[in-house]
Design a protein around this ligand. Sequence first.
Ligand code: HEC
Length: 197
Amino acid sequence: MSLKQPLKSGERILFIIFGVFFVLAAIGYVVLESIRLSSDEPMFEQTTFFDFSEDGLLGSTIYRKANCNACHRALRSGTSMGLSLDGLGSKYSAERIENFLHEPQEYYHGPTIDHGYPPKEAAYVSRMSDEDLRLMAVFISELKANPGSSVAKMPPPGRSEFIDAMVGSFAPQEWKDKYKDIRDKQPEESVPETANE
Ligand code: HEC
């Protein structure tokens, strides 16, 4: 009996299908990379932006020295493992962020992971000086996001017929009485300077 058995026709078909997928994936990768490398435009739309005040710039220096980027991402750099702060200013006001930095646990009304009391790893943050915390909060509150991006509080401008229809037909009446449409609270065009909670 020979050790080499001829492939059954079903096996051959499976191999061919797998081979076709593999070749297509390789071609796709080469095409995508060559477009990406030769194009001047960024492949993905940037949805976060910033425009710093004087205090915000000071805050960014303090932020950098305080090693926040060990766990966070801001200005599109830092670690990708932790929480991204880009766009946070379109969700929370500087005041809210400052309150969080001072008293994270009281603020979250619950357990925190790294901010809080020692021996938590970021316990040092709430022990920084009041002025440092204020300036860093201003800096973070100036990290904005376009409405509709995943890190913005506001949905994209304009109405979606689909979503309106879904809400109209599926949301129970008590929800409609209880919750307000976030778009009705603020004008659509403007990204609020300091979004309230
Ligand atoms: C050891 C990791 C670590 C370090 C260092 C760290 N953070 Fe955090 N940060 C976290 C985690 C985790 C959270 C989520 C809250 C929690 O559970 O502690 C958080 C939450 C936050 C939030 C609230 C985000 C939100 O969406 O509510 C802000 C603002 C923040 N950090 C700012 C800072 C600043 C400023 C520094 C530096 C002075 C810093 N952090 C240093 C881990 C860290």
